[in-house]
Every structure is written in C-alpha cells, then in structure tokens.
Design a protein around this ligand. Structure first.
Ligand code: ADP
Ligand code: MG
Length: 361
C-alpha cells in the first residue's frame, strides 16, 4: 500500500515539447485516481513517469515515503495494465498470470496459490489451462488484469485498459476493475480519455489539458463546481451549453446579460456564483447543463426564462433532447420523455440561475 505524490512534475521531450507542465498532486493510500483529458494532454506520459518508463525532466515523484525519480521500474512495486495487453501466446492462462512471480523466483506452491486466488476473483478458474488464442477479448483483458493482481503491488497503473473492448464488455470490465480495487484496497492510477468512465471509476478525477492540470477532486465536485469552461464542457453528456454574456453589477445584484438578437436574456445571479474578478461590463461565459433547462409551465419567478424555437429534437425514450434556437444561440435541453413539442414549435423555457456557472474567459 502506498500514497503517491507528484511535485512540480514536468516532462519536456528531446524535441523541446512539454507534455506535462508543473503537475502537483497528492494521491492517498488506497485511492482510485483517474487521469482524464483529450488525446495528447499528457496522461500516458504522466503514468509512464510514475512507472519509471519515462524520465522526469524536473520535479519529483514520491511513492510511499520514498522519492522514486531514480528508482528502476522493477523496484517501484507497481503493476501496469495497458490497452495492448501482450499475453504470451504459447503459455496457458495460468502460466501467463504466474509469469512475473516465476521470474521473481517465488516457490511453485505459493505461486499456484496466488494465481488461483486471483483467478477466483476474476472468474478465470475454468480457463486456466487455455491459451490466449482460445479466449475472447474480454477474457484476455481479465487475464492481463490477473497478471497485475497476482503480484500484489503497492500501486496499480492502468492506461486505457478497456479501449479494445466492445461497449458491453467495457461496462462489465469497468465494474470488475472497480470491485477488485475495492477488495484489494490498492492505490490505483487509471488513465482514460472517456469522461463517463472517469466519473464512474474515480474517487478523485484529475483533468488535464495540454499538459496542465485543470482541476482535481471528487467527481461530484468537478461536475458541480467546474473550475473553468474547459472542465465544465469536458465532463457531462450532453455537453454543457455556453452562452456569452456581459456582467452588469447593480448594487448587490449581479445580472448576466445575454444578447439574443431581438431580445435580451437577463440572468439574475447570486453574488456567490460570480467570480470576484468579473467586473461590471466584463464579458463572461455562462454555462448551463442541458438537464437544467425546463419547459416553462407557469414558471417560477426566480427562474431565468426565454423564448425559443425548437430547431431539432432527438427522442431517447426516457428523455428528449431539444435543440432550441434563441436568436443567434442554439441551446440543448434534455427534458422529460413525455415532452410533446415538435420541430418548429415556439415555447418558453427557463432555468434556475443557481444552476448556472459563470466562467471568466
Ligand atoms: P495522452 O496519453 O494524454 O493521449 P501522451 O502523454 O501520450 O498523451 O502525449 C502527450 C503529448 O506528448 C502529445 O502531444 C504527444 O505527441 C507528445 N509526445 C509523446 N511522446 C513523445 C516523445 N517521445 N517525443 C515528443 N513528443 C512526445
Ligand atoms: Mg495515452
């Protein structure tokens, strides 16, 4: 078991490109941390530095109470699972799982016991004698997982381990990884570009963009209190709507004015939701999640309401996604499945200003 800390961690490659820029992060013992962000944001590079497969340009990595910058990968007490899990094709499942233990000269009895224990945990008992070529993709990925589990490392590192699986398998293997991590309590760093996977798995989510940390915290915190527009729009599906607005401070009231062509949308905001740096007259972005927009039936006075025309809609059964044209803006609203609006209909919509986010650009 081990905590991990990254201190001003930076990676600049030989060509001068900085892939990870001054990253600071504390990972608690037993925590499941997910690094997420668009392709190329530095997730794999960070993981490889923790694993010792990539050197650190500046800053430091601590695992437990030991700085590991100069420690060889094999001495870091970690086990990694990659997207491309290379199993030995000529070895049985049992021998694949026990391979690292054999290399470390663990006695055969103990090895067999460890492999059996992991096989039970992963539901692989019945296929221990099969060769990788005889297994499905999901089974192979479970064997790769088993290979990491048998080693009982202090830290698991996962790099997009589910990307090669079909969606059904991905969901069930994801649940399995989470269950095993809970059972074992092993500190885990997991990399994915998939925001839903990140939200579902992580105790802590670390969102990166272009090598720079955007926000780290529990999933609910990033979802409810996104630190900036990037975090707001990256997490959550459908995506958060973004409207350009101007800040109008009138005494202790703050109003965000949205220019909608023929009309103005005025959003009366609680002072606590507006960053202090947003001065009177400043341009900001207002973020509204699609599920926060409702069709106005009589309406609530405190709500911000606007007229819009349905330009498109998608029926999902449990919900309907409405594309609403408001002057030059298109907003997406996810409303109840029984909504009977049709394309071309005009309607009044509203949202609770306390659900709106204000981002200083
Ligand atoms: P992610 O895993 O988030 O998709 P990576 O960590 O693999 O991203 O890569 C981050 C950035 O660093 C990318 O722009 C990538 O092209 C660049 N990069 C990765 N490896 C090297 C390298 N050896 N030399 C130069 N640039 C690299
Ligand atoms: Mg990657």
């Amino acid at each position: 078991m081990a905590s991990i800390s990254l201190n001003n961690l930076t990676k600049t490659f030989a060509d001068g490109f900085t892939a990870v820029d001054n990253l600071n992060l504390d990972i608690k013992d037993g925590e499941f941390v997910v690094f997420v962000g668009p392709s190329g944001c530095g997730k794999t590079t960070t993981l490889r530095m923790i694993a010792g497969l990539e050197s650190v340009s500046s800053g430091s990595i601590t695992i437990g109470d030991r700085e590991v910058n100069k420690v060889a990968p094999k001495d870091r007490d970690i086990a990694m699972v990659f997207q491309n899990y290379a199993l030995y094709p000529h070895l049985s499942v049992e021998d694949n799982m026990g391979f690292a233990l054999r290399m470390s000269k663990m006695p055969k009895d103990e090895r067999t016991e460890r492999v059996l224990e992991a096989a039970k945990m992963l539901g692989l008992e019945d296929i221990l004698n099969k060769k990788p070529g005889q297994l499905s993709g999901g089974q192979r990925q479970r064997v790769a997982l088993g290979r990491a589990v048998v080693r009982k490392p202090a830290v698991f590192l996962f790099d997009e381990p589910l990307s090669n699986l079909d969606p059904d398998r991905r969901a069930s293997t994801r649940a399995e990884i989470r269950r095993i991590q809970r059972e074992l309590g092993t500190t885990t760093v997991y990399v994915t570009h998939d925001h839903e996977e990140a939200m579902a798995l992580g105790d802590q989510i670390v969102l990166l963009d272009e090598g720079v940390l955007q926000q780290a915290g529990p999933p609910g915190e990033l979802f409810d209190q996104p630190a900036n527009k990037f975090v707001g729009t990256f997490l959550g599906a459908p995506k958060m709507n973004i409207l350009p607005a101007m800040i109008d401070r009138r005494g202790d009231r703050v109003i965000a004015q949205v220019d909608c062509g023929d009309s103005q949308l005025e959003i009366l905001l609680d002072d606590s939701r507006v960053p202090a740096s947003a001065d009177h007259g400043d341009q900001v972005s207002i973020g509204i999640r699609p599920h926060c927009i409702v069709i106005n039936e009589g309406g609530t006075e405190s709500h911000a309401s606007f007229q819009g025309r349905v330009s498109d809609l998608e029926r999902l059964g449990f919900a309907v996604d409405l594309h609403i044209q408001v002057g030059p803006h298109t907003l997406l609203a996810r409303v109840n499945g029984d909504c009977d609006l049709a394309v071309g209909d005009e309607a009044t919509f509203s949202f609770d200003p306390n659900m709106a986010h204000v981002f200083v650009d």
